[in-house]
Design a protein around this ligand. Sequence first.
Ligand code: GLU
Length: 475
Amino acid sequence: MVLQEPSFRESVDLMFNRAAAIMDLPPGLEEKIRVCNATYTVRFGVRLRGQIHTFTGYRSVHSEHMEPVKGGIRYAMAVNQDEVEALAALMTYKCALVEAPFGGSKGGLCIDPRQYEEHELEMITRRFAYELAKRDLINPSQNVPAPDMGTGEREMAWIADQYARMNTTDINARACVTGKPLNAGGIAGRVEATGRGVQFALREFFRDPRDVEKAGLTGGLEGKRVIVQGLGNVGYHAAKFLAQQDGVRITGIIERDGALFDEGGLDVEAVHHWIARHGGVSGFPDATHTAEGAAVLEHDCDILIPAALEGVINLANAHRIQAPLIIEAANGPVTAGADEILRDKGTVIIPDMYANAGGVTVSYFEWVKNLSHIRFGRMQRRQEEARHQLVVEQLETLSDALGKTWSPSPDFKEKYLRGADELELVRSGLDDTMRTAYQSMREVWHDRADVQDLRTAAYIVSIGKVAASYRAKGL
Ligand code: GLU
């Protein structure tokens, strides 16, 4: 039997429609919000290795209810218009949900970055950036890209520099792209941000016993068995932080060349090093390896974290997924059909538009930093330390006057006296954002009898916010 899956974009639209159907939107607004405003396709040539190579790239703008529009640029062979449009739509909903003041956009280039030398990738990236910038599809006030699959800090630095060369008098040039290295206008904590956001999301989920019970689980995060698919930037940071700081056991790691599992818990750092050196998980000595990576998605565990590609949980395997809780660290890992099957089974899914919003949240902080031309904490840090010092001195004087010895715990002074640096402030802002956004979904999930799942709740919150901004504009 051939299983008929909708395309990625149709899948996103189906999920959108489920929520919009139970909302009270003015006539016509539902369609206005759902449709993708525009997609630009560019084909350009770059002379490499003695011949001209032609590349195809896209930048899609889903919604401009707020500007600039925001979203990553992906480098992968599978990039196509449908995918870029689906991802741009998810950016609109994601930004609305976490209250990052942006519309939604996404870009992609059909390329396998592993096939090129660094200097070749630089030429290709600069040319792509040139094509986008000259149409304001890279611009601090119009459209601000960021990293996605296959791109990172290095590509963002090239893009920022290319934009600056083309706009020599733009004082805000650095704000044209986020995810830059720290020394090129980036912000502390951006690389870890999406994985860190997944950790904060799970912590918030486990704070409410009603939510934990809906997933058929008990207790807190400690000791939970977790399977992660994809140990790229997002999967690696999520797995590492959850294992190191929340006491979860990473029992499975799925990669391109198979999967590793160990019920006792895998050493995430060691596996990450192994992948960096050997290009895959095969041969890793301290775990059981299977070449059938996808089958490990179906293994028994408490939490499944798909952190790689879209559509990995689909009509073909959804029935066999055993995890009672799935957190979508990737964009679109569960198809609309699989979503329905899992919902019927009672599987709880923390949806992508929320779960992986940590990246764009910290991108927002970076953009604000670039526009304000000052690092977070630079004005307050020492003043905060001086005020805390006063309190400590007063406590010491008081205890002397009372004839007592004040003996706080050994690291109290060090912790209390130290003013927050940029990284601490970024993590605090991210934690607050992830908690607040989750709480807004939770409220809808628990309070509305016609909402059975977190994804519908997330769409209701975010569509409501986009609709409100249209209303405010008088549309
Ligand atoms: N590519 C990331 C995402 O899908 C980050 C986007 C951004 O920071 O603008 O959310």
